[in-house]
Ligand binder design. Structure first.
Ligand code: GLY
Length: 381
């Protein structure tokens, strides 16, 4: 039995209307992409954000390159309209070469949101090959002594072997690859990473550190710090959402009850946090002392809503995760969506990317839109 969370004034979103609005916004976004001839010259293939009024496209090796193709797949899934299928195929193909990228842990985001959704919806064997190659590339970043996949190379010199909580999201690519190939090595890496993260990334209150740095000679933790949060000991909002989503997905893929208990405990931390606003869209970090005069993170809310729809199916009787997710989705739809035609066609506003770096604060951003559409789809099931 898990506690039911307080959700005063819960109302349900009209999914058809929300999808229709999102489709109209995305038509604006597609026109922006077409007009951005400089981006095309720089091989920038995927829209990421609008910052200081500037529309920003990114190259295929950006960690967010798979979200826009993923959104197009979600539009196709919802509408079954060939127009979206054709667009999804075009934008997915633009990031194909990343299957060979061994320089980032973000291949799960990049390839699974794009090719993964494409394969799920079309069974195209060419997509299957890309998924398998990407899983092989990602697996090269696994160290058996530490038992985890290395997240970042760009911080070499500062940290030895950093693992960020976000990395839980990249495990879905590995689980899927074992399912489609029968090769259990990918599954074993994912389980080792999840178990090690569960052991080292969480505090007694089930909030998560952002970065854990490992010594790969001994496998021991060197330090626990932050990169994108308020402080080393704070709870960065999106990190809590990545963990919730990641452990829920790991339970789906393994049936290991420890992951389910972890996801329930993370949900408890998020939903009972004293700084959580009534609309359930968190401030960017649960421990920023400037709350309420700081930016929200709509992306964390969208990821949380999507995760809770799934967790609602697995959690013990008495949980009201679905109703909580409904409430988050209602808030995002009624209070955080762009006015028609605004924000260069991005769907949601008020996300926070990297506040300590003064980057992407209170902006629309592609991963908020991706998980918002995913949550809308999940809300129907
Ligand atoms: N994975 C990077 C972020 O959530 O900002």
């Amino acid at each position: 039995m898990v506690a039911a969370f307080s959700i005063a004034n819960a109302q349900k979103v009209n999914v058809a209307k929300a999808f229709n609005n999102a489709e109209m916004q995305t038509a604006v976004l597609l026109a922006e992409i077409k007009n951005d001839t400089l981006a095309a010259k720089k091989n920038q293939v995927s829209p990421r954000t609008v910052e200081n009024g500037q529309f920003k496209m990114v190259a295929s090796n950006d960690w967010t390159s798979g979200f826009f193709p993923g959104e197009l797949w979600y539009f196709y899934e919802y509408t079954k309209d060939k127009k979206w299928l054709d667009l999804a195929r075009i934008y997915t193909d633009k990031i194909k070469k990343e299957q060979f990228n061994k320089g980032t842990h973000d291949l799960g985001f990049m390839i699974y949101c794009s090719f993964g959704n494409g394969y799920r919806l079309t069974h195209d064997t060419a997509y299957r090959s890309v998924i398998i190659q990407a899983a092989k590339s990602l697996s090269t970043r696994f160290n058996p002594v530490a038992g985890v996949i290395k997240s970042w190379d760009h911080t070499d010199g500062k940290w030895k072997y950093p693992v960020i909580i976000d990395n839980m999201m990249n495990l879905e690519l590995l689980f899927e690859t074992t399912k489609i190939t029968g090769d259990s090595s990918f599954y074993k890496i994912a389980v080792s990473h999840a178990n090690t993260t569960m052991k080292n990334h969480y505090r007694p209150d089930f909030s998560s550190w952002h970065v854990v740095d490992y010594d790969i000679q001994t496998g021991k933790v060197i330090q626990k710090v932050t990169a994108q949060g308020y402080s080393d000991e704070s709870a960065w909002a999106r990190g809590q959402a990545w963990g919730l989503y990641g452990f829920t997905m790991c339970y789906r893929e393994t049936g290991n009850k420890a992951y389910l208990a972890q996801a329930n405990a993370i949900a408890h931390f998020i939903l009972t946090n004293k700084t959580m606003p009534a609309d359930l869209v968190p401030y960017w970090d649960y421990n920023d002392p400037q709350i309420p005069n700081v930016s929200r993170d709509a992306s964390a809310a969208a990821i949380t809503a999507s995760a809770l729809y799934e967790l609602a199916k697995y959690a013990p009787a008495g949980n009201n995760y679905k109703q909580v997710a409904d409430k988050i989705l209602y808030s995002l739809t009624t209070l955080y969506t762009s006015k028609p035609g605004d924000n260069k066609g991005f769907i949601l506003e008020h996300s926070t990317g990297h506040r300590p770096a003064k980057s992407e604060i209170d902006v629309p951003i592609n991963y908020a839109d991706y998980y918002y559409l995913e949550a809308l789809l999940r809300s129907r099931k």
